[in-house]
Design a protein around this ligand. Structure first.
Ligand code: MG
Length: 158
């Protein structure tokens, strides 16, 4: 019998001059970047938290503390790969993921396919199982940053 798990992750980062924007591991052309201890990839952070949450693990901030010098400027692919390791070690696999990037700027649409391709590579699942979409903020949050929400569905044997 299959055990189905759902996970939800959220993350937000402020813009900062002189840095770059990475979303889903893809470099986004922008005059400003995202502030953060690691590479500030809000999409990978939200996705990592969704995977960890689905299997009842601690959240990303507890596992990879932003006071730990090991994670200063670190690639968020490290966090995602540890979450994936925990998911598969508990016998689960990803059925699909759905991600929303909430930002007035930069526009996400031109990067959507590139992000899906990269997530497909990082997660080892088909692109048809990955959705990424951009939404304008419309007053939801401050305009000097962006936010990401990701949900994941996992299946495993009971
Ligand atoms: Mg973050």
């Amino acid at each position: 019998m299959e055990d189905i798990r759902i996970g939800l992750g959220f993350d937000s980062h402020e813009f900062e001059e002189g840095k770059e924007i990475l979303l889903g591991g893809v470099r986004i052309d922008s005059p400003y970047g995202l502030r953060g201890h690691s590479d500030a990839d809000a999409l990978l952070h939200a996705l990592t938290d969704a995977l960890l949450g689905a299997v009842g693990e601690e959240d990303i901030g507890s596992l990879f503390k932003d006071t730990d010098p090991r994670w200063r400027g670190a690639s968020s692919e490290i966090f995602l790969s540890e979450a994936l390791r925990r998911v598969s070690s508990k016998g689960y696999r990803i059925i699909n993921i759905d991600c929303v990037v909430i930002a007035d700027r930069p526009k996400i649409a031109p990067y959507r396919e590139k992000i899906r391709d990269n997530l497909s590579r990082l997660l080892g699942i088909g692109k048809e199982r990955i959705s990424v979409k951009g939404k304008r903020q419309e007053g939801f949050c401050r305009a000097d940053g962006l936010a990401c929400i990701c949900s994941v569905l996992l299946a495993g044997k009971i």
